[in-house]
Write a protein that binds this ligand. Structure first.
Ligand SMILES: [Zn+2]
Length: 116
């Protein structure tokens, strides 16, 4: 399960951030997860809830997940648009298939709240 690997990396990263800041606990963490990242946010939350029990500093950490929509930008007409279509989308303005992904692939920690 992909999400378990991510949750373990997240727990390690949070433990490191807490240690660097001499924090006694991590209160909350905010994640940005793109629609295109392939991460199932419910699974990630579930995996993190299990893993945090191994890290006393994360016992009461609240996880907030911001899902970033998939946005494409057309190379031909410059239009930006959101879509649910992950495979072979077309520009909604001109029908071109020459597109760049401008957001939706994120998977990172956006903000951490620490108890110092
Ligand atoms: Zn276009």
């Amino acid at each position: 399960m992909h999400e378990v690997t991510i949750a373990i990396a997240m727990a390690e990263e949070l433990t490191r951030i807490a240690a660097e800041n001499n924090a006694s606990a991590v209160i909350a963490v905010r994640l940005k997860i793109g629609q295109m990242s392939g991460i199932v946010t419910d699974s990630l939350q579930f995996a993190f809830d299990a893993i945090k029990l191994e890290h006393p500093i994360l016992y009461s950490t609240k996880v907030e997940i911001e899902e970033i929509p998939l946005i494409y930008k057309c190379r031909d007409c410059g239009a930006s648009f959101a879509t649910e279509t992950l495979y072979f989308p077309e520009c909604q303005g001109c029908g071109s298939c020459s597109l760049d992904i401008s957001s939706g692939t994120e998977q990172h920690i956006d903000k951490v709240e620490l108890e110092v």
